[in-house]
Design a protein around this ligand. Structure first.
Ligand SMILES: [Zn+2]
Length: 156
């Protein structure tokens, strides 16, 4: 039995619903892509803005330098390179992971640049952090470095 022997009516009956289904699928696809483009590029979720930089005293710094320092810290990426946290900025690291020595150094450099004076640290400059080996018996984390304390990047 070949295709030509099949009754012609069956194929014709299937054409309408197939076309409708295809159009519906295309509409859903376009809507989905549009939604993704919108949320990712046009209006991405805003990161919280941090007005303080824990570890650095902003008390003695007058406006408009203080505002400028905070703005720069919220924009400067912190390149501490913790796995999964590479999108964190300096202000995020200062507020969410005070043990990050890289953000403290960058924040201090921003203060020095904006005020012309060395930054006043309220914490001791931590030693450069090295990945600590997981305690024996603890489940091994993927990646060579630990994530930031409090970072939920990998959970997303
Ligand atoms: Zn950092």
């Amino acid at each position: 039995m070949t295709a030509e022997q099949a009754p012609a009516g069956i194929e014709e009956m299937g054409e309408g619903p197939d076309y409708v289904r295809l159009a519906l699928l295309a509409t859903i696809l376009v809507a989905l892509i549009g939604f993704l483009v919108y949320t990712r590029f046009i209006n991405p979720p805003k990161k919280p803005f941090y007005a303080e930089l824990p570890g650095i005293s902003l008390a003695g710094i007058a406006e408009p330098q203080k505002t400028q320092i905070v703005k720069l810290a919220n924009a400067a990426p912190c390149d501490c390179g913790y796995a999964g946290c590479d999108n964190w900025n300096v202000a995020e690291c200062r507020n969410l992971d005070p043990g990050c020595d890289v953000s403290l150094k960058i924040a201090a450099a921003i203060v020095q640049k904006e005020t012309g004076k060395p930054a006043v640290l309220t914490v001791k400059m931590p030693d450069a952090r090295t990945p600590t080996p997981a305690p024996s018996g603890a489940p091994k984390k993927s990646g060579s470095m630990e994530r930031h304390a409090g970072c939920d990047c990998a959970a997303k």
